[in-house]
Design a protein around this ligand. Structure first.
Ligand SMILES: [Zn+2]
Length: 441
């Protein structure tokens, strides 16, 4: 789920939250901070960046901007509410078959975008996992959770400047200190865990003016946020429509800035969503904890990490009985109404790695998981993580001559294609030795 996690009684609440960890990095001098603009925006810069810049070949005028319109459904760009996104898509190279990858959640797909790898390599399969060492469910919001290099670090090593403007606290956390320049949203959103798009875009424009990074990675969270609260009632549908229009206007402002500052001709924009969105009524909630606990083998030996449209089930009993437990978990889950399919996590196509537990259960469209508690664990009607939320908008735009004009591709673009596309744009190696995703330019 994309909103502050429903496990509000966060088991690791005694630990520092990502923004607090970021302040620690400033205090210890690993990053230096400057304030830019009148709005009190705070940016931090990786210590030693000046040295790296002098050593590198940062004189290219090329700029790449990855804009993630969180939770946007592809058809919403045809709704008439998003004229700027619509024009950008029509003017560039669009991928109508594009998809998010399992688990179709925010953190794993943002990590796939920047690493170009699937979760069994990145180490980040879902928003929430059972941390077996900690003995608790937690968000994957630690910089150390990403086990492979990102394109951000590869650009840094070439002396190119990178920037992250991430509106969600857990994204800020998982990308950590990687970018040379980072927006520090603390003064604006001390506790919400989330910054409204108007601030995120203000920060993006201020970052352009102050540092002009070669790559900027931006998460716009409003559409997703209002998606989660949509109960399919008219008032809340209106909220989502308003968010779509407002976020689109901010994207328009960004394009205007690129054009008026002369950056457009040198720019490539990668615009995509991390996943789509599905809605469920309160009567269409799946809760697996009770049926699993009713099984004598499984009782007391299973833990569930609820990821909205996907339940990750962990066997915590003796490993000698794991195979039998997986069979029973799958059978019980698949007998439960609202469940689409329960997979052995080791199924080859999933590519999720051990962090995702032993059984991965997807719900049907129009349903959601609420575990362990059927009433309180996940009260959010809007969800993703299940196959119904795979389809995403994905297109390249911008004025750089390498960006095709007014074309559609039949290729199946995926979130993990972003990193090799950015690498290729800057002339860095982008092949299969470094990335599973494909360069789409
Ligand atoms: Zn998301």
């Amino acid at each position: 789920m994309c909103t502050p996690t429903p496990h509000a009684d966060h088991p690791d609440s005694h630990e520092e939250r990502p923004f607090a960890r970021g302040l620690g990095e400033l205090r210890t001098g690993r990053r230096t901070a400057i304030t830019a603009g009148a709005a009190g925006l705070l940016f931090s810069t990786l210590a030693g960046t000046q040295v790296a810049r002098a050593a590198g070949g940062a004189d290219t005028r090329r700029r790449a901007y990855v804009l993630v319109v969180d939770g946007c459904r592809p058809e919403e760009i045809d709704s008439g509410l998003t004229p700027n996104l619509h024009a950008l898509r029509g003017g560039g190279l669009r991928f109508p078959r594009a998809s998010s990858m399992p688990v179709m959640e925010t953190i794993p797909n943002h990590v796939m975008m920047m690493t170009g790898q699937r979760p069994d390599r990145t180490g980040v399969p879902a928003n929430a996992i059972l941390d077996r060492e900690l003995g608790a469910i937690r968000d994957m919001d630690r910089a150390g959770d990403i086990k492979v290099p990102t394109v951000i670090e590869r650009l840094n090593r070439r002396g190119l400047r990178t920037g992250t403007v991430l509106s969600k606290e857990y994204l800020y956390g998982v990308f950590g200190e990687r970018a040379t320049h980072r927006w520090e949203p603390m003064p604006i959103v001390p506790v919400a865990g989330y910054a409204p798009d108007v601030f995120t875009m203000q920060a993006t424009l201020a970052m352009l003016e102050e540092f002009d990074p070669h790559l900027v990675f931006v998460n716009l969270g409003d559409i997703d946020r209002f998606g989660h609260s949509d109960l399919t009632g008219t008032t809340l549908q209106l909220a989502r429509r308003t968010a779509l229009a407002a976020t689109d206007a901010l994207v328009g402002r960004f394009v205007e800035e690129l054009k008026s500052s002369g950056r457009w001709e040198h720019s490539m924009l990668v615009v995509l969503a991390d996943h789509s969105m599905d809605w469920s009524l309160p009567t269409q909630v799946v809760s697996l904890q009770a049926p699993l606990e009713a099984d004598p083998l499984l009782a007391g030996n299973v833990v569930i990490a609820d990821n909205g449209g996907a339940d990750l089930v962990y066997w915590t009993g003796p490993s000698s009985r794991r195979a039998e437990a997986v069979r029973r978990i799958r059978a019980i889950a698949e007998e439960t109404e609202g469940v689409l399919r329960a997979w052995d996590r080791r199924a080859e196509w999933l590519r999720l790695g051990p962090e995702a537990g032993d059984v991965v259960v997807f719900c049907r469209a129009g349903w959601r998981f609420s575990d362990p508690d059927p009433l309180t664990s996940n009260p959010i009607p809007g969800n993703h993580g299940h196959p119904a939320t795979r389809a995403i908008p994905f297109f390249l735009a911008g004025g750089h001559p390498r960006v095709p004009r007014g074309k559609a591709s039949s290729a199946h673009a995926r979130t993990l294609d972003v990193a090799p596309t950015v690498a290729s744009f800057f002339g860095l190696p982008s092949g299969a030795a470094l990335y599973e995703g494909r360069a789409r330019i």
